[in-house]
Design a protein around this ligand. Structure first.
Ligand code: SF4
Length: 361
């Protein structure tokens, strides 16, 4: 927990620790968190009225907890938390899973006579240490090792691995298919700037000095994984623009805190213009209303563009946020603008879509 906290102090770390929870009042982690100034919550076991998880869940939701990172937490989680935080609960285990699940993993590895041990960060599912693996580090086992010396060597790697995986996880860089995960960090010339603008805690508008006019571009058109499916929508014509303009990669859906892959969304009422005026409504295919999240992410993207004093924008043509020509409404593609495109247009910022750019001389 302390290692996760230290990483969170880095201005470019994507996650923030908003709460430390324990079911044990004298857990050292609680004392440590209090010393570090992190809010804590101690909640003892089940009560007759309500089970532990049902009491905890609303408290996590009230505090805006998006991801849970277990650290030395020995309860087996049940349906309530696993359902509410599906694929958003991570754990670290001191073995190379699927070997040596459960308690005393280092001791069992030593007794078994393995030559390499290590640690694993995985997504928590309903089994014990059985969820999809996100990252592993290998540690050699020496002939002279005791369980203490091996555990200490593994722990050192755990401290590095957990923070790193959590950071990348919170950027939405992992894709999950069945129980296989793959890591897709943004690449290309705009990746560093994109990360800094969308995830860092450093002043987000500390942009590099530029004498060229700035142009906002939908991040996925620059090869940054699209929030919808994680794919790159890279558009080579956009890169021609970098001779004359400084490119500002912007993804309103990241700033709306949508994950990859986000479920398809459509307007139930209006389009982006109405949503930004507080009237339209957007839902995803899970039936969740995402209007407020989209509006908030769009406002953040807009602030970014205003501070950067952009002179125009090149946006993806069909999207509930960036779409400049058409949006999905009630199962149809209809002319209209997404939230971000309409917000820029209503501020008299010239917006063109990827198709228009491709046709431009
Ligand atoms: Fe691409 Fe815009 Fe959707 Fe982000 S919000 S994935 S930049 S279309």
């Amino acid at each position: 927990m302390e290692a996760l906290f230290r990483r969170a102090q880095n201005p470019f770390c994507a996650y923030e620790i908003v709460l430390v929870v324990s079911d044990c009042p004298d857990a050292p982690g609680i004392v440590l968190a209090q010393g570090l100034g992190i809010p804590t919550l101690v909640q003892a076991g089940d009560t007759v009225q309500l089970p532990w998880e049902s009491r905890l869940l609303p408290k996590l939701q009230t505090r805006g907890v998006e991801v849970i990172a277990l650290a030395g937490f020995m309860r087996i989680l049940g349906k309530t938390l696993l359902g509410a935080y599906e694929r958003r609960i991570l754990n670290i285990h001191p073995s190379l899973l699927p070997g040596f699940k459960g308690r005393d993993a280092q001791e069992h590895a030593l007794e078994y006579g393995v030559k390499y041990a290590g640690c694993t960060v995985h997504i928590v599912d309903s089994g014990i240490d059985s969820g999809p693996i996100l990252g592993q580090e290998v540690v050699p086992v020496h002939d002279t090792d005791t369980k203490e010396s091996l555990a200490a060597r593994i722990l050192e790697r755990e401290h590095h691995l957990y923070g790193s995986v959590l950071d990348h996880f919170c950027r939405g860089e992992y894709r999950l298919e069945g129980r296989k995960t793959s890591h897709h960090p943004p690449t290309g010339p705009y990746a560093a700037l994109y990360n800094r603008l969308h995830f860092g805690k450093a002043p987000p508008f500390a942009l590099p000095k530029e004498c060229r006019p700035r142009l906002a571009v939908s991040a996925c058109l620059l090869g940054i994984p699209c929030r919808y499916d994680g794919a790159s929508k890279r558009h080579h014509a956009v890169e021609r623009l970098s001779h004359d303009y400084a490119i500002l990669p912007v993804c309103p859906e990241v700033l709306s805190r949508f994950w990859i892959p986000r479920p398809p969304m459509e307007f139930k009422e209006g389009d982006g213009l109405q949503v930004m005026a507080g009237k339209g409504r957007v839902e995803n295919t899970r039936g969740e209303e995402v209007t407020a999240a989209l509006r908030e992410g769009t406002r953040r993207a807009l602030t970014l563009c205003e501070r950067a004093q952009i002179v125009g924008a090149v946006l993806k043509s069909r999207s509930p946020s960036c779409g400049n020509r058409a949006v999905y409404r009630l199962g149809n593609v209809v002319p209209g603008q997404g939230t971000f495109a309409s917000a820029l247009t209503s501020r008299n910022i010239k917006v063109i879509s990827e198709e228009e750019l491709a046709c431009a001389p």
